[in-house]
Design a protein around this ligand. Structure first.
Ligand SMILES: Cc1ncc(COP(=O)(O)O)c(C=O)c1O
Length: 397
C-alpha cells in the first residue's frame, strides 16, 4: 500500500511532538531530565486509589463496568459542580462535561468550533499539546507574548481591533492563565478583568486551560477567568492529572450549555464516554474528602523542589539570565541574556548529562530561542541542584 496517497491533509501537516522525542533521551541512564512535564509518581495516592477501586468495584460493579452516559458520572459531575461554585464559577449540571483528560477537552473544543483556516490566538509561549490539537484542526495560529504578568493585553487588543476591521474575528483565545505551562507565569487579577472585558467588547470566546490551579505553593488565590464570566465568553477546562494521577485520564470542562451539548455529540464519536471505572474511583476518592489532605502533602512536596530550583538558578545564573518565579505548578522559564540559542546548545547539554526543553518548542512563531523550560516536578532534590549546575557550565560562562 502507498499510504502517502491515503493520508489526510490534517495528518500530513503534523510532525511528532518535539518534547516526546526529547523525552526518549531522558530515559537514558544517568541523564538528569529537567525537561519532563509529568507530575511526580511519588505523589500518586496508590494505597487510597486501591481502596477506592476495591470499594466501588464491590459496591457498584454492575454500573461501573458498564457503558455509561457521555456527559459523565453523575456523582463526579456533582463534585465538580460544587468545586466550581467554590471557585466562584456559576454553573449547573448541564454546564459540565467529564472528558478523558483535558487533552480531549481541547480536542472537542476544536472539533466543535474550528473550520480549516480559522484563526486562534495562543500565548507565546504555550502548551505544545494544545498547539498540536489546534494544528490538527488546521487552525491558523497567532501568538501574543507573555510577560511576568501573563498575556500582553495591549498587543492582544491591537490584533482584535485589526481583525474587527476585516470583519473576521479569531474563533477563540487559548489561555493557560495560572502557573502556565511552560512559563510558570500567572495572569494577574487586573489583566483577568481586562481580558474578560475585551472578550465581551469583541464578542470573542476564551478557552481557559487550568490544570495547575490547585497547585499553589504561596501567594494569594486568584479566581479563574471563568469566575468573571457574565456573558458565556469562557470555556473552562481542568483535570485530575496533576493533583491525583494522569493515568486515570479524568478531567472536566465547564462551559455554556449549548456548547457542552455539541461537545457531548463530538465525544460520542470519539470514545462514547470517559472510563466509567476511573470516574467512579475519582468520585469515591473526592467523596471521602481524601483530596484535601492529599493536596496538602503534594503542595509541600512540590514547594520544596520549586524552592531548590529557584535557589540553584539564583546561585548559578545571577547576572546572566532572567527567570520566572512561579507561585505554583511545575515550571520555571529561563531566558539567557546573551541570547544563546537553546536549540543549538541542546546536544551539548545532553553530553553534560542534563536536558531541558528549548523555548522555541512552545512558540508558534519559533521565537524565544534564548529560553528554556525547566521542570522541578519529577527530579530529586539533589539532581535539581546538580542539573542546574551542569546547565550553568554550558551557558553562563
Ligand atoms: C496546560 C496543559 N493543558 C492540558 C494538559 C493535558 O492534561 P490531561 O492529562 O488532563 O490531558 C497538560 C498536561 O501537561 C497541560 O500542561
Amino acid at each position: 500500500m502507498n499510504f502517502e496517497l491515503l493520508y489526510s491533509d490534517r495528518i500530513k501537516q503534523l510532525s511528532p511532538s518535539p518534547i516526546r522525542e526529547l523525552l526518549k533521551i531522558a530515559v537514558k541512564p544517568g541523564i538528569i531530565s529537567l525537561a519532563g512535564g509529568n507530575p511526580s509518581p511519588d505523589t500518586f495516592p496508590v494505597k487510597e486509589l486501591k481502596d477506592c477501586f476495591l470499594k466501588v468495584l464491590e459496591k457498584d460493579w454492575k454500573r461501573i463496568l458498564q457503558y455509561s452516559p457521555t456527559e459523565g458520572n453523575t456523582d463526579l459531575i456533582e463534585i465538580i459542580k460544587q468545586y466550581s461554585r467554590n471557585q466562584g464559577i456559576n454553573c449547573e449540571t448541564e454546564n459540565i462535561l467529564i472528558t478523558s483528560g483535558s487533552q480531549q477537552g481541547m480536542d472537542l473544543v476544536c472539533k466543535v468550533l474550528l473550520n480549516p483556516g480559522d484563526e486562534v490566538i495562543v500565548e507565546l509561549p504555550s502548551y505544545p499539546g494544545s498547539i498540536h490539537t489546534l494544528k490538527s484542526y488546521q487552525a491558523k495560529l497567532t501568538g501574543v507574548p507573555v510577560d511576568q504578568e501573563g498575556i500582553d493585553i495591549d498587543i492582544l487588543e491591537d490584533i482584535l481591533k485589526d481583525r474587527q476591521k476585516t470583519g473576521i474575528l479569531p474563533k477563540f483565545i487559548y489561555l493557560i492563565p495560572t502557573f502556565q505551562n511552560p512559563s510558570g507565569v500567572t495572569l494577574t487579577e487586573t489583566r483577568r478583568n481586562s481580558i474578560i472585558k475585551l472578550a465581551e467588547k469583541y464578542g470573542i470566546l476564551i478557552v481557559e486551560d487550568d490544570p495547575y490551579n490547585a497547585l499553589r505553593y504561596d501567594g494569594e488565590n486568584i479566581k479563574p477567568i471563568k469566575a468573571l464570566d457574565r456573558n458565556e465568553n469562557v470555556i473552562y477546562m481542568s483535570s485530575f492529572s496533576k493533583t491525583f494521577c494522569p493515568g486515570v485520564r479524568v478531567a472536566w470542562v465547564v462551559g455554556p450549555k449549548d456548547l457542552i451539548r455539541k461537545m457531548v455529540i463530538g465525544k460520542q464519536g470519539a470514545d462514547l464516554h470517559t472510563s466509567s471505572l476511573n470516574q467512579a474511583i475519582v468520585a469515591e476518592y473526592c467523596r471521602n474528602n481524601l483530596m484535601e489532605n492529599h493536596l496538602k502533602d503534594i503542595l509541600s512536596y512540590y514547594k520544596e523542589k520549586r524552592d531548590i530550583m529557584l535557589e540553584s538558578i539564583e546561585r548559578h545564573f545571577k547576572n546572566v539570565a532572567t527567570w520566572t518565579k512561579p507561585q505554583g505548578g511545575f515550571f520555571v522559564w529561563m531566558s539567557l541574556d546573551k541570547k544563546e540559542n537553546t536549540d543549538e546548545l541542546f546536544s551539548k547539554a545532553v553530553e553534560k548529562g542534563v536536558i531541558y526543553v528549548p523555548g522555541s518548542s512552545f512558540c508558534v512563531d519559533g521565537s524565544n530561542k534564548n529560553s528554556m523550560r525547566l521542570s522541578f516536578a519529577t527530579v530529586s532534590n539533589e539532581n535539581i541542584k546538580k542539573g542546574i549546575q551542569l546547565l550553568s557550565e554550558i551557558f553562563s560562562l
